[in-house]
Design a protein around this ligand. Structure first.
Ligand SMILES: [Zn+2]
Length: 152
């Protein structure tokens, strides 16, 4: 029997899911899927300047695993930039520590935990309708982001 893949810890869902070159219709572009754990590796090491050891600890994975992850992520992003591909963030064996919701009325971004998603009011406009970013990446609100493996 295959061993289940270990879920990697991701701080919160990415704020944006797709990136593409300007001026070329999406249907003409090849998509490069960047997994949520690859995104998190880039965020920790290249955006937050964390050492690989510290970043690996945050994701609850080994340092060699982290190194493989960040290498794969950098290759994909470089290829997208050089060759003009669309980056589509999806999938990966992860769970989110926190969620992010975006107010449908004013666009304010709010960090939440999964328990309180349903009861929150926008601090900016008082709105009560939100885009649930964890849900966008295939995670439901009743399972604290642990359902499935980030796939739809
Ligand atoms: Zn609002």
């Amino acid at each position: 029997m295959p061993r289940p893949r270990i879920e990697r810890r991701v701080k919160e869902p990415p704020r944006f899911q797709r990136f593409k070159p300007v001026g070329i219709p999406a249907r003409l572009l090849e998509q490069i899927p960047l997994t949520l754990d690859e995104f998190e590796a880039l965020r920790l090491a290249d955006y937050n300047d964390l050492e690989h050891e510290a970043a690996a600890n945050q994701m609850e994975i080994s340092r060699p695993t982290f190194t493989r992850l960040i290498d794969a992520a950098r290759k994909k992003v470089a290829r997208a930039l050089v060759e003009g591909k669309e980056i589509f963030i999806m999938g990966g064996s992860v769970y989110f520590r926190n969620n992010i919701i975006r107010c449908l009325n004013c666009g304010t971004i709010i960090q939440t935990d999964f328990e309180n998603d349903a009861t929150i009011k926008c601090p900016n406009c008082g709105g009560t309708e939100f885009v649930n970013l964890a849900q966008q990446f295939g995670f439901g609100k009743f399972n604290r982001g642990r359902r499935g493996h980030g796939r739809r």
